[in-house]
Design a protein around this ligand. Structure first.
Ligand code: SAH
Length: 211
């Protein structure tokens, strides 16, 4: 179902889950999550649950999208890099909080579907790229914020390099789902300072492109 009431109830659940940033909550309230899930899951779009989006990938739970967006400490003038466009839901939430989102996806079909959704929903401040997120987007660097929505085993060095001084990156890190942690990296004086935020479960960040 997709009535505004469902979204308001979801926002109340997210508040209860500890998401207090009003910009993040209002972004989530305005993005129609049902437009990002396959038709068979549309009636579950406003549950706080991860949902399949095809190609063995998943759309994160809204509370995780909220936590990650909040942890990014992003503002309306910022240029942000996202790795793992997937359905484009997290991208669309982020696009309501910042100036511009550069997003990279390694699955061509997922990217094409996400691009169609951005167009239909008039999300105009998103620039997409088909490619391998491990390399980042050197032509557009530096980025004030970087959000990664697939889990690498280690923090990709290229992404730290492409973060601005004073910048923040939020990403799940860990080889196995049961031991992954959500990490916040701050670049201070050229060095990456790490902080562990939460236990999470993400699909792996895969190296290279599908053959
Ligand atoms: N944030 C997405 C869901 C992410 S699922 C949403 O809101 O729907 C993780 C995504 O990361 C998948 O689409 C997967 O294909 C992508 N991914 C994994 N490894 C990647 C890489 N090296 N480069 C770019 N994208 C990658």
């Amino acid at each position: 179902m997709s009535t505004p009431n469902h979204r308001i109830r979801l926002v109340m659940d997210l508040r209860a889950a500890g998401i207090a940033d009003t910009c993040v909550l209002s972004a989530i309230e305005r993005v129609p999550r049902e437009a990002f899930v396959p038709p068979t899951f549309r009636d579950r779009a406003y549950e706080d649950a991860a949902l399949p989006i095809g190609h063995a990938q998943t759309l994160s739970r809204p509370s995780v999208v909220g936590l990650m967006t909040q942890a990014l400490e992003a503002g309306p003038r910022m240029k942000v890099l996202e790795i793992g466009t997937g359905s484009g839901y997290q991208t669309s939430v982020l696009a309501r909080v910042v100036r511009r989102v550069y997003t990279i996806e390694r699955h061509r079909e997922l990217l094409a579907e996400a691009e169609a959704r951005f167009k239909a929903l008039r999300v105009h401040n998103v620039v997409t790229k088909f490619g391998d997120g491990w390399q980042g987007w050197p032509e557009q660097a530096p980025f004030e914020r970087i959000l990664v929505t697939a889990a690498p085993a280690d923090i990709p060095g290229a992404l730290v390099d492409q973060l601005s001084e004073g910048g923040v990156m939020v990403l799940p890190v860990g080889r196995e789902k049961r031991t992954q942690a959500l990490i916040r990296v701050r670049k201070i004086g050229g060095h990456a300072k790490m902080e562990e935020l939460d236990a999470v479960r993400f699909v792996p960040m895969v190296a290279g492109l599908p053959v």
